[in-house]
Design a binder for this molecule. Sequence first.
Ligand SMILES: [Zn+2]
Length: 229
Amino acid sequence: MKTTVGQEMKVFLPNNICEQLSRACRIAQQILYQEGIKLTVQGVLIFINPNAQIKIVDPLNELVLDSNQIAQWLLSLKNSSESTSWQQALYKYRIPGYKTSRITHPERFASLKKGICCPNCGSCATKKQFRYTLECHCGHSEAKEKALLRTVCEYGVIRHHIPLKKKNILEFIGEEYSPGYIEALLKKYFVRLKNTYSYENKGVTYDIWFEKQKAYFASMDSRVFWNQK
Ligand SMILES: [Zn+2]
């Protein structure tokens, strides 16, 4: 396949990306079929470099998007399927524990937005704290323990090459959270490394790290909201 990128540069992509895409679609479709889910998998080819101007020369069956079309396309998907059973089906086939060898350097880390990221609106702004819950300015509430645990894991992914330390976590999530609470959380859910004050960092997200306790965390929100009433 031949594409043009930018003004002048012509690129011959080394591997047939359309074939790679249709292979991924075939595999995903096969999984859904095996799991008894009646959905059709459709491939979409997305170029994420905002500076690239993509012009496909050969005719293609796949939908091709560039970076400024992604948001609109995602919005168009919002109402297309109410069911999430396909996510659970694909989840089983995921390869866990993937780790990159790339390291976030201190300068890059310093420039990142810190705080607890709201799963609803993505804001890292300070949350209103209650005894068991946190409330975002968008109105979304979450169990405090779960939100902090999720954020500790996010920090762990970004700094996957070093163990977890209370001091670093506090700097990342913000000083408004009690050091004692973070300490208790680390002791409760993480493994302390021998003869140190640091904890094991698996460098994976919360949903992978705590996959076995999934049901426990899923019920945590309803339990804390019930206690709050
Ligand atoms: Zn929010």
